[in-house]
Design a protein around this ligand. Structure first.
Ligand code: SAM
Length: 291
């Protein structure tokens, strides 16, 4: 069972998780989701979670104190003060993490030069804390696969101009595995949509989640040599004057596989040449190299 906690100022947004495959996965006990309202951890009459940006500028920024009360509760941590004069422990944790966790793709460095999505080595029993953030490394299928093995995920949805940068910084200093991910090069109003995207990408990889387990094996971005998938067709063989490629009707599985593989390589080369650049040549067969 994967436990999922989500913190948002609009927890109702996640009511949709009762629908479709995710709803079935909850009913089957594969996942357990709890959506929390960040405002439940406020103490003022207005339940305010934001304040003006230090240094000036438009909009509002989410306050660290409210987030910390909430996250301390959900992570079972006591409040503490970070000793910014002692960097020895953090450096040691980062060194170990280089061996323990694969770096996220498109990784960027934190102020101290370390990859912001490198996991500390001692975080195995705690939830992985994930903040969607448009100015973070891109969330990929590789990240979804890695996170599908976590037992507990805790998502924090940003709003307004985003959250105070010290929130992820503080929890990293507490040894929590903190990730920040962008879901694409555009800006949304809040983290709820981004969390939904990541959650779906992660949980559909859980054993038993999909009706047909084979449907996640050969997909775009998946496997040793991640390509875009070949085009898909269904019946009829001819529709409004358009035919499916003859070879797919041949019944020759070897030729069908070769045709699909060639098409996957050609499409990837045309649409996402960056993925072709990352292919492992050792995993290509002779016919691939001709394509
Ligand atoms: N001021 C921020 C910037 O320019 O980078 C944008 C903040 S956005 C309006 C508010 C929140 O939406 C963010 O804190 C984040 O949680 C979420 N968000 C927006 N776009 C996102 C994206 N592309 N990927 C992940 N999260 C996103």
């Amino acid at each position: 069972m994967m436990k999922i906690d989500i913190v948002s100022v609009f927890p109702e947004y996640f009511d949709v998780l009762n629908l479709s495959l995710f709803g079935k996965a909850q009913a089957k006990g594969l996942v357990e989701v709890r959506a929390h309202n960040l405002r439940d951890w406020t103490h003022d009459v207005h339940h305010s979670v934001d304040d003006t940006p230090v240094g000036g500028g438009a909009g509002m920024v989410m306050k660290p104190a409210v987030w910390a009360e909430c996250l301390d509760d959900l992570l079972g941590l006591a409040p503490t003060v970070v000793d910014t004069t002692d960097t020895t422990d953090m450096a040691a944790a980062d060194d170990t993490a280089d061996d323990a966790a694969p770096a996220a793709s498109g990784a960027i460095a934190d102020d101290d030069g370390t990859d912001i999505n490198d996991a500390p080595a001692d975080s195995a029993d705690r939830p992985v804390l994930i903040f969607p953030n448009p100015s973070a490394p891109l969330f990929t299928q590789h990240d979804a696969t890695e996170l599908s093995h976590a037992g507990h995920l805790l998502f924090g949805c940003g709003r307004y101009e985003g959250y105070d940068a010290r929130i992820p910084q503080y929890y990293r200093a507490q040894g929590v595995d903190v990730r920040e991910y962008s879901i694409g090069d555009y800006v949304l109003n809040g983290g709820e949509v981004a969390v939904s995207v990541m959650l779906e990408a992660i949980t559909r990889l859980l054993p038993g989640f999909m009706g047909n387990a084979d449907s996640i094996v050969e997909e775009s971005y998946t496997g040793e040599n991640a390509l875009l998938e070949h085009r898909q067709y269904t019946k009829p063989a001819e529709w409004r004057g358009l035919k499916v490629p003859d070879i797919l009707l041949s019944g020759d599985h070897g030729k069908v596989d070769r045709f699909r593989r060639d098409e996957a390589i050609a499409r990837t080369n045309e649409i996402r040449p960056d993925l072709i650049g990352r292919l492992d040549c050792k995993a290509l067969d002779k016919a691939d190299r001709k394509t």
